[in-house]
Design a protein around this ligand. Structure first.
Ligand code: CTP
Ligand code: MG
Length: 379
């Protein structure tokens, strides 16, 4: 039983203007589409994403084709056509439920996605609706011509969730012209439950909507911390590599890669902040291609992963624990090396050291331990 998200992103964004279709335009440091996709990638309930792209967006198709967890489909002449193509692309993949969402709604929150998913346990269809609170008028030529009772009226939002087979059949039977998938479902006789909508879950439609979406996302600051810890044992050798710097020593550090214990701790701190496991998950020690690998490959991967999720690295703090070699004379060079690898200003990187008063394995000079903390910020 898989719940898929079907993100329609094949429109041309005529009303928003700006030259480039709105889903590809920047918003609070990333593209609109990146925010939208991130919301569904972060959702525990969602196992697969079908992304519907215009046949004209070649670069986007190249970018997303083959991305793990993604299925790319081609857009149709109208939104409903795009949805149908997305549903078809999900066929045969064990999908039992699907949440259909506008790429142009990048501010969708986790609780809205979760509410739709939960409602599908009891209903064939469920969608977020916002009860209308403003008085309603009819008008013509800038004149109010009448009023309407707002009682029982809702503004429709997405994601709209359905049992997969039911919505696929409903779309196949629909003559076209529906405003959204709820209308398609209802035309097929499917009851649709309303879950609470979110006033911030706006659809970017016209140019001023970008500024509002930017304010909403900017207010959702996300701060994450991760810690990392690593140990490597001394063995024969004449130097150690610590935080990217070669330090002469009468012993070397043993390990699968270059045994840079400091850089490994920092890398694990970054993965930890992202809840992305540790180095071993991304670079399995069983894989011979990583034997003797420079640890900066791992660190760069973790830093790039953080940035691809929209985070900036706030700061890094690393403590090396050893009696020898003395770290102090090399600490500034280590900060510089780490700054270059992570593309960070050096004042955001701290490297310090302590002995353990000759106690324990570090005190006996059997190995070096390292601890690191990383802070990630997404504004
Ligand atoms: N959409 C789509 N395929 C279409 C038309 C629309 O996938 N043929 C998608 C849009 O990319 C958007 C969502 O449906 O994410 C909602 O549509 P809308 O807000 O109307 O977006 P556009 O059609 O791109 O904008 P406009 O109508 O202003 O041109
Ligand atoms: Mg449109």
């Amino acid at each position: 039983m898989t719940t898929a998200a079907l993100i329609v992103a094949a429109g041309r964004g005529q009303r928003a203007g700006g030259g480039v279709p709105k889903q590809w335009r920047p918003l609070a440091g990333r593209r609109v589409i990146d925010w939208t996709l991130q919301a569904f990638q972060d959702a525990a309930d969602i196992g697969l994403i079908a992304l519907v792209l215009s046949p004209d967006d070649d670069a986007a198709r190249a970018e997303f084709a083959g991305r793990p967890g993604f299925v790319v489909a081609t857009g149709g002449a109208d939104r409903a056509g795009s949805v149908r193509n997305g549903l078809a692309a999900l066929a045969g993949r064990g999908v039992t439920r699907v949440l259909i969402h506008d790429a142009a709604r990048p501010c969708v929150r986790a609780d809205t996605i979760a509410a739709v998913c939960a409602a599908l346990n009891d209903h064939v269809a469920a969608a977020p609706g916002l009860a209308v609170t403003d008085a309603l008028w009819t008008g013509a030529q800038d004149q109010v011509t009448g009023t309407r009772d707002r009682d029982g009226l809702y503004a429709a939002q997405t994601p709209q969730g359905f049992h997969y087979d039911a919505i696929t059949a409903a779309h196949a039977a629909h003559p076209g012209g529906a405003a959204d998938d709820v209308e398609v479902a209802r035309a097929a006789g499917i009851g649709v439950a309303i879950v609470p909508g979110d006033p911030d879950n706006l659809k970017i439609t016209r140019a001023p909507d970008f500024a509002r979406a930017e304010r909403i996302l900017g207010a959702q600051m996300d701060i994450r911390l991760g810690n990392g810890y690593d140990v490597h044992r001394f063995g024969p050798g004449d130097h150690v590599v610590l935080c990217g710097v070669t330090v002469p020593h009468d012993r070397g550090l043993q390990g699968h890669s270059d045994a840079d214990v400091g850089m490994h701790a920092i890398t694990d701190a970054l993965y930890g902040a992202l809840a992305e496991g540790d180095i071993g998950r991304h670079f399995p020690p069983s894989d011979p291609q990583w034997k003797g690998a420079a640890s900066e490959i791992f660190l760069r991967h973790a830093a790039d992963l953080a940035r691809s999720r929209g985070y900036t690295i706030g700061n890094i703090d690393c403590t090396l624990v050893c009696e020898y070699p003395k770290i102090g004379p090399h600490a500034e060079a280590m900060r510089d090396a780490l700054a270059a690898i992570m593309d960070l200003p050096r004042d955001r990187i701290s490297v310090k050291a302590t002995t353990s008063e000759r106690l324990g394995f570090t005190g006996r000079g059997e190995g070096i331990a390292a601890l690191a903390t990383a802070a990630l910020v997404r504004a």
